[in-house]
Each structure stands twice: as structure tokens, then as C-alpha cells.
Design a protein around this ligand. Structure first.
Ligand code: SF4
Length: 314
């Protein structure tokens, strides 16, 4: 009996050790991916004050946690302030984020603005509320960034969010447009960054579970989930399972755009194209069909993690 108990205890200890090793590996991977995105896009500069938008979803918790970890080892000084906008949705657990942030020793602000009532009042029953809701939220966050003297606004969108946006724009918007890792805000006054741009959603899910973040449900507003986004999300997830490497390849495509092989005369001077006798590798190959090898998943995963934020992290 004693022998049996001690064998079980050893098995449990081994399993815990293995789990811890996996979390360490995942942490390293995510930090690496975030570090690469920060470097590639010059997201954080010395003296920056980063306003990390925290919704209480897995993505924003992960972003905050990874940024706090990087802050300790970064060769430059920057500060972080976590901001949550309490939109007064029914059942919003007000204590969860302050408790978590206090225990993590993070500088934070909770902003209370009853946008929920405004949206309910202005949007007719049955119509989608997200567009007004997110417009109001954006305005408030810009104002708060000004008040806090934040130089960057960090959002928790990840690789799949970016690809979803790309497909949504193609399917429904007639635009080749995704979600940039860094861009000046529409009012021209802020710089918005997405440090999780290279992170895979499935890694964020695993990290969030391993860390036990106190997740706040994202359906408190009662709005219907965005069906178009959900369908595109499922399509990407399905591809990821059936065709390993495809998602990585698609994301790399966003970083490897060839305007001369698209069809936008605003991006490339097709109108003025003239034969000048100079051979060019990227010229038109007329009748040649392009051939493609299957993505080499192993190489892709081992290389720079170009593969390495729904409502929750809007
Ligand atoms: S789902 Fe998000 S964006 Fe849409 S109404 Fe609810 S809180 Fe607002």
C-alpha cells in the first residue's frame, strides 16, 4: 500500500514537472514571438508609456503578462498601465480585474462609462450593437490615453484575428486589407500596437489556461456573436487542422506583398509599363504556371515565429 502510494506520488510529481516544462517552453515561445513583433515594427521605444487595454479575456491577459515579463529583461525602459473600460454591462464582475491587477502589482485604471445603456437606447431591438459600442469605446480609450500620457495603445489581437480580418475584408468588403501590427489611430493622435500579432491563438489559449487567468465572459452585453467572423474563424481553424503550414504561409504572405502581381493601379504603375529590354526576375512569366510545394511545416515552425486578442479583447 505504502509502495503503491509512493509510486502514485512520483507519477504525479513527474506529470507536474512535465506540465511546468511545457509552460516554460510556451512562455519562451510567446515572449520570443512578441519580442520579434516589437522589434520588427518598432512598437516600443525608450520612455514609452504603454496603455495595455485589458478586457478580461484570454488575449489581453496574455498580452499584459508577456509584456510585464519582457519589461523586466528589456534593454530599454518603458512603463505599462493596464486600462479596463467597465461598460456597465449587466453582471460585469467589477472586482475581478482590480483584484488580479493589485495582486500582480500592476499600475492600472478602471474607467467606468455606461456605454451599455447608450447603445441599448440608440440601437433598435434586433439590430447589431457592435458598431456603435466599439465606436464609443474607441473614443473613450483615446481620451484616457491622453489623460494618462500614454504614448502607445496596446491591443490584444493575435495572428488569427489578423487573418480573419483579411478574409472578412476580401469576402465582404472588397478590399485586400487586414489588421496592422502597428498603426497611427484614425484620429491621428495615437499609435496603436498589437504585440500579439505573431502569436498563435492556440498558444494563447494554452497559456491562459496554464496561468489560470480569471477570465471574464465576453457575452455580457447580450449581443449576438458576429456570425461572419465566427464562420471565417472556423474556416481558418479547419485549415490549420487539415493543412498544417497553411496559416503560417498565409501570415507570411501579409509580410511579402508583390504589388506588381496584384491589380491595383494605385500601387503599381501598370499604366506606364513599357518594355525596356532589361530582364527582371519579378517580371511577367507569360504562360508559365506557378508551381508550389507543400508548406514545410517543420521548417516553418522552427523558423522565426511569423506564426508565433472576439469581443473579449476588442
Ligand atoms: S459584443 Fe463587444 S462590441 Fe459588440 S456590443 Fe457587445 S461589448 Fe460591444
Amino acid at each position: 500500500m505504502t509502495q503503491h502510494t509512493s509510486t502514485e506520488a512520483t507519477a504525479v510529481a513527474d506529470a507536474e514537472k512535465k506540465a511546468q516544462l511545457n509552460v516554460n517552453k510556451l512562455t519562451k515561445w510567446l515572449r520570443h514571438a512578441v519580442g520579434d513583433a516589437i522589434n520588427d515594427f518598432n512598437m516600443i521605444e525608450p520612455g514609452d508609456k504603454i496603455m495595455v487595454c485589458l478586457s478580461g479575456g484570454k488575449d489581453s491577459y496574455t498580452m499584459l503578462d508577456i509584456l510585464l515579463g519582457l519589461q523586466k529583461s528589456a534593454p530599454i525602459d518603458f512603463s505599462i498601465v493596464a486600462v479596463n473600460l467597465d461598460q456597465k454591462q449587466p453582471g460585469f464582475p467589477e472586482h475581478v480585474l482590480p483584484d488580479y491587477l493589485k495582486s500582480a502589482g500592476v499600475d492600472y485604471r478602471i474607467i467606468e462609462e455606461d456605454t451599455y445603456s447608450i447603445v441599448k437606447k440608440l440601437v433598435p431591438e434586433g439590430k447589431t450593437t457592435c458598431s456603435l459600442c466599439s465606436r464609443l469605446r474607441r473614443g473613450i480609450l483615446y481620451r484616457v490615453a491622453d489623460e494618462l500620457g500614454a504614448t502607445k495603445i496596446a491591443l490584444g489581437h493575435h495572428r488569427e484575428d489578423i487573418l480573419e480580418t483579411l478574409f472578412l475584408n476580401m469576402f465582404y468588403g472588397g478590399k485586400l486589407k487586414a489588421m496592422p501590427p502597428k498603426l497611427v489611430s484614425d484620429d491621428g493622435k495615437h499609435v496603436v500596437i498589437r504585440p500579439l500579432a505573431y502569436c498563435r491563438e492556440k498558444d494563447i489559449v494554452r497559456y491562459s489556461e496554464a496561468k489560470g487567468f480569471p477570465i471574464i465572459p465576453c457575452n455580457l452585453c447580450g449581443s449576438q456573436p458576429n456570425l461572419q467572423r465566427a464562420v471565417v474563424g472556423e474556416m481558418i481553424e479547419d485549415w490549420d487542422k487539415r493543412f498544417p503550414g497553411r496559416i503560417e504561409s498565409m501570415f507570411r504572405a501579409l509580410q511579402n506583398v508583390v504589388p506588381s502581381h496584384l491589380a491595383d493601379p494605385k500601387l503599381y504603375n501598370f499604366v506606364g509599363a513599357k518594355a525596356d529590354g532589361v530582364a527582371r526576375a519579378d517580371g511577367d512569366k507569360a504562360f508559365d504556371r506557378e508551381t508550389f510545394s507543400e508548406p514545410n511545416t517543420i521548417n516553418i515552425l522552427a523558423s522565426k515565429p511569423a506564426d508565433a486578442g472576439g469581443c473579449g479583447d476588442h
